[in-house]
Design a protein around this ligand. Structure first.
Ligand code: SAH
Ligand code: F3S
Length: 491
């Protein structure tokens, strides 16, 4: 079975804000002659925000300094999302805003990272003239070299995808951190090939990160005062480590390999053992791969939060088949039943797509009815946006008119708001253990934090008495569809 390797040490790197604005000191061993201050902006999923922290680490090791003021930066990096067309549009609008800056500051280098870089590759340099550097999600170690090339006045690009890269040895620099919660990337890529999704093309093949480096990162975060980690992967349930080599299905491993393999439930337990005071969350679970032992492990450890994000996408089995999701409506509902039988108060959220190819009113009605059956605590809801190169774009017609997609989406959103409010009302009178994250957005006399089920709770209190990172018991008095309001109780 698994033995921890104490040699792996992932320290926590923090941005030294006090050094911002200082004249840049060139390091003796700097491998290139680029300018020193970089600014980075992230779009899209949590994985992208986590990747930006890896990029920050690579650049600081190369001798550069981070700035939160893009006017002061010598290098502006945008870590992009390609999941829907409007995500790409936002990035293009942002690049247009940087155009004027580039005119004023001829030496400014602009780099596009992430999924849009991977999807468009060289085309991005042609379409967006102000872009100097393009780097895909597996090419971040090459960034110092790419920036050096740009510094010499040439365009630079690396969009090679890897079957091995996990950045497992890199200690992320915690950007925009509240000092309480952090992301830990446990795997990269996705092999699922949902027909609507561009991620397998932009993030490449699925590969799992070495468990020691994950546990070590969690431990270092805990020692630095963090009290919550979210383990990230596109499909965490297929996490698999068996001592090296490319990912295989667990079923295809030899008996000896199976004996020493670490699967997701094992990994969860290892991270939970770091400290009972460290909360563990994870995202995203896939209904076709989620197993009973993951839910049982959640139930066994009090510090693994009772919350699961289990995207359904549609309530119609016909649509799910066309989406290549690998489960039917009935199988999905069985998984929900399994979760609730083991953890009755588990928070459950989902992703839903309205108006996928050939979706009928009947299919849409089935989505609304599965929402009624599950009664999600929360939902991320979208209308279908065709992505070039995906299976759906090649095989199916995007034939649901935009107004119909929008109308169906608004019905889905309306129903979810009703359910969120119902859930929150049921919480009135209950007491939750809340991890204090900081002051509430609205008032300096109120604190905000989350309960186990990932719900934000606002309550009166001061940071001097209950600092960020401490746990308090809060009794809920009132709510909106998004937030619970309560007061501190001793227990
Ligand atoms: N497994 C991933 C899913 C990434 S995409 C994760 O870790 O979250 C997030 C969500 O975006 C998907 O679950 C899906 O609901 C939505 N999505 C993906 N492709 C889409 C498309 N082409 N149009 C609309 N929504 C899409
Ligand atoms: Fe996308 Fe499906 Fe993977 S939604 S990220 S292909 S699990």
């Amino acid at each position: 079975m698994y033995e921890s390797d104490a040699k792996i040490n992932i320290p926590v790197k923090q941005i030294d804000e006090s050094r911002q604005g200082e004249p840049f000191q060139r390091k003796e061993d700097r491998p290139f002659d680029a300018s020193g201050l970089y600014y980075i902006e992230s779009y899209g999923c949590q994985m992208n925000f986590s990747d930006s922290e890896i990029v920050a680490s690579i650049l600081s090791d190369a001798g550069m300094h981070h700035t939160t003021d893009y006017h002061a930066a010598d290098v502006i990096l945008i870590n992009t999302c390609a999941i829907r067309d409007n995500a790409e549009q936002r990035v293009r609008n942002r690049l247009a805003q940087f155009q004027a800056l580039k005119k004023e500051k001829r030496n400014l280098t602009i780099g596009v990272l992430g999924c849009m870089a991977e999807r468009l590759k060289k085309k991005l340099l042609e379409e967006e003239k102000i872009v100097d550097v393009v780097a895909g999600p597996d090419a971040y170690r090459d960034l110092p070299k790419l920036l050096a090339t740009a510094d010499e006045g040439q365009k630079a690009i690396n969009t090679l995808l890897s079957r091995e890269e996990t950045y497992g040895d890199i200690s992320p620099v915690r950007l925009q951190s509240n000092g309480v919660s952090a992301f830990i990337s446990i795997m990269r890529g996705c092999d699922n090939m949902c027909s609507f999704c561009v991620v397998p093309f932009t993030r490449g093949r699925e590969r799992s990160r070495q468990p020691d480096s994950i546990v070590s990162e969690a431990r270092a975060l805990f020692e630095a005062g963090y009290r919550e980690v979210t383990l990230l992967g596109q499909n965490v349930d297929s996490y698999l480590w068996f001592g090296g080599g490319a990912k295989k299905d667990f079923g295809k491993l030899s008996a000896e390999e199976q004996g020493r393999a670490i699967r997701f439930a094992d990994l969860l337990a290892l991270v939970a053992e770091v400290s009972p005071e460290l909360r563990i969350r994870f995202s995203t679970s896939n209904p076709q791969d989620m197993t009973r032992d993951v839910i049982e492990t959640m139930a066994r450890y009090e510090n693994i939060c009772n919350y699961i994000h289990l995207p359904v996408q549609s309530g119609s089995s016909r649509m799910l088949k066309k989406m290549n999701r690998g489960y039917s409506r009935e199988e999905y509902l069985e998984k929900i039943g399994m979760i609730r039988s083991i953890i009755p108060d588990c928070g459950i959220s989902s992703d839903i797509i309205a108006g996928f190819c050939s979706e009928s009113e009947e299919d849409h009605r089935l989505t609304l009815s599965i929402m009624e059956e599950v009664k999600y605590d929360m939902n991320y809801m979208f209308y279908y946006s065709e992505r070039p190169g995906t299976l759906a774009a090649r095989k199916y017609e995007d034939d649901v008119p935009l107004e119909v997609k929008k109308r169906r989406l608004s019905e889905i959103i309306e129903l979810q708001q009703k359910h969120s409010l119902e859930h929150n009302r049921q919480d009135a009178g209950k007491t939750f253990k809340v991890l204090v994250e900081g002051l509430s957005k609205k008032s300096r006399e109120e604190l905000a934090g989350r309960n186990d089920q990932n719900k934000m709770i606002v309550f009166r209190g001061s940071l001097s008495e209950y600092p960020a990172g401490s746990y308090v018991n809060v009794k809920v008095d009132d709510c909106s569809s998004a937030t619970l309001m309560g007061h501190i109780v001793s227990k």
